[in-house]
Write a protein that binds this ligand. Structure first.
Ligand SMILES: Cc1ncc(COP(=O)(O)O)c(C=O)c1O
Length: 523
């Protein structure tokens, strides 16, 4: 069945809803077709003179015919892109409770600083003498990161969390090789609750991966780690606070056990935003940890290019930090670009990026740090934890907590035990949140919890915003328990696009527009 715009009716779209509007739009939410579907060959928003005759040297490579670019007038083009932009739900649209992703407010002050021409127009190949301010900013950011983490060194260049993991694990690999153990220490321990990037990184760097079981309370036990230790173990990759939103109670003992066995402790610092100003990873025994600037230090997840995932390193790993890095000698910053230029005692494992990292993100992160100050950053962590626990307290009589005995840190984890017998799944519940105007929380992660729902409100949300969110989820939870199954299984009801076959969309994505075959004349 085709709707008014000639598009097939989507699964779950009833004939009644289909007839509801002539245009297919839902109130002021406009259905926006692909630009190829609305463009016309003969229309253009700009007038360009016909080219003067010239002799082409393309020969047989010359285009044989029209390439069918869609043409739009200027207002049509404007509307197309504005409507597309309005389909983007972001932290500036509403509460975005994705657990583990930390969707916190990106302060506009940071954006303003990043747009200062001296930072935004800087080129990586400029002579050093013309960019002392940029170098000073990078040094200042590095100082903050080292102070907040209690670590003696930082590699700034990695472009995101997973890239930082690769950097940290390459430093560990280089340190092991320097001790002559490269051939034997080749196994990395990864807890079952880990983010998928951890085992993927270890494998990519050439280690094999051994899983550490999760305790029934969602944490990692030092006895389980010790049972796996041996001369083949290179490192453990442990997230703290972990992906269940729990501070690992035995983290210090685990770090000591790793060191005693001649191995390293890589901490996944994606959740550092829960403990800034409260605990320093260096004091816990961490050897390497990435910091997702787009989480803890509020840089945008997309910011005109890649992000930044600096890696802090312990004394043992610092000599292996990748080039380029800034070395200060006689109070003068100097950029070390190659292994050969590295000061004595340094053995950089190589290079992670062509240049020095993402300057725009450095500026934003430092602006965040300076505008909050150390007390403000500590308060941001406290408020993030408070907000998560406020949601936990507001929902835990209706929704089940898999680990009720541990306080939540910056995110609260529910499972689907409370949905048993309702015919409603975690996915159905998440889709019904869309009808209420909320981006769903993270679902089905971490894998150690059945039907996981991981909620991270961040410190950005006010009490009023949290109260409305809690009231909405309570209303949905009571409806799910009260047998209002249709509200969930067919959700979202009110979104322009209804429920997709997500598996098919991921496995068989349609990435290329195909011109439809001309319609057959009616017989
Ligand atoms: C626990 C954890 N580790 C690693 C990552 C990877 O970080 P990035 O997305 O910056 O590569 C994430 C991202 O969400 C995460 O939550």
């Amino acid at each position: 069945m085709l709707n008014r715009q000639g598009r097939p009716t989507q699964a779950g779209e009833t004939a009644h809803e289909e007839r509801a509007t002539f245009t297919g739009n839902k109130a002021l939410q406009q259905i926006e077709p692909l630009i190829f579907e609305i463009g016309h060959g003969e229309v253009t928003g700009v007038d360009i003179d016909k080219p003067v005759p010239y002799k082409s040297r393309l020969g047989k490579h010359a285009r044989q015919g029209e390439i069918g670019l869609p043409g739009l007038s200027e207002p049509e083009a404007m509307r197309h892109y504005v409507r597309l932009s309005q389909k983007n739900y972001g932290i500036d649209t509403g509460l975005f409770p994705l657990g583990s992703c930390t969707m916190k407010h990106n302060a506009r002050l940071n954006e303003k600083m990043a747009r200062l021409p001296g930072f935004s127009d800087v080129h990586p190949l400029q002579p050093l003498s013309t960019v002392p301010g940029a170098l000073e900013l990078m040094l200042e950011l590095a100082r903050y990161l080292m102070t907040l983490t209690g670590m003696p060194a930082v590699a700034l260049s990695p472009k995101a969390g997973a890239h930082g993991e690769a950097c940290g694990m390459m430093a560990i690999k280089a340190a092991i090789a320097a001790k002559g153990e490269g051939a034997t220490r080749n196994v990395v321990l990864v807890p079952e609750s880990a983010h998928g990037t951890n085992p993927a990184t270890a494998a990519l760097i050439g280690f094999s991966v051994k899983s550490v079981p999760a305790r029934p309370d969602g944490t990692v036990a030092v006895e389980d780690v010790k049972a796996l230790l041996g001369p083949d173990i290179a490192a453990i990759m442990l997230t703290n606070p972990n992906t269940c939103g729990i501070f690992e109670p035995q983290i210090v003992e685990i770090a000591a056990a790793m060191h005693e066995a001649g191995a390293y402790f890589y901490c996944d610092g994606a959740n550092f935003n829960a403990i800034v100003g409260k605990a320093r990873p260096g004091d816990l025994g961490v050897d390497a940890m990435h910091i997702n600037l787009h989480k803890t230090f509020s840089t945008p997840h997309g910011g005109g290019g890649p992000g930044a995932g600096p890696v802090v390193l312990s004394e043992r790993l610092a000599p292996f930090a990748p080039v380029p890095f800034i070395h200060v000698e006689n109070d003068k910053p100097h950029l070390v670009e190659t292994r050969e230029e590295a000061p004595a005692g340094n053995k950089p494992f190589g290079r992670m990026t062509a240049f020095h990292g993402q300057m725009g993100m450095y500026v934003r992160a430092l602006a965040y740090m300076l505008s909050h100050g150390s007390d403000g950053m500590r308060q941001a962590s406290e408020d993030a934890v408070l907000n998560a626990n406020y949601i936990r307290a507001g929902l835990s009589d209706l929704m089940s907590l898999p680990f009720p005995d541990h306080p939540s840190m910056h995110e609260v984890l529910f499972d689907d035990e409370w949905l048993k017998g309702t015919g409603v799944s975690t996915l159905d519940f998440a889709k019904a949140m869309i009808d209420e105007g909320y981006h769903p929380m993270t679902v089905y992660f971490p894998l150690v919890v059945h039907g996981a729902m991981l909620i991270e409100p961040t410190e950005s949300e006010s009490k009023a915003s949290l109260d409305l969110f809690i009231a909405t989820l309570r209303d949905l939870a009571m409806a799910a328990k009260g047998n209002d199954k249709e509200r969930f299984t067919a959700a979202p009801h009110h979104a322009p696009i209804r429920r997709l076959d997500e598996t098919r969309a991921a496995r068989q994505p349609v990435l290329k527009w195909q011109k439809p075959a001309p319609a057959k004349a009616a017989e």
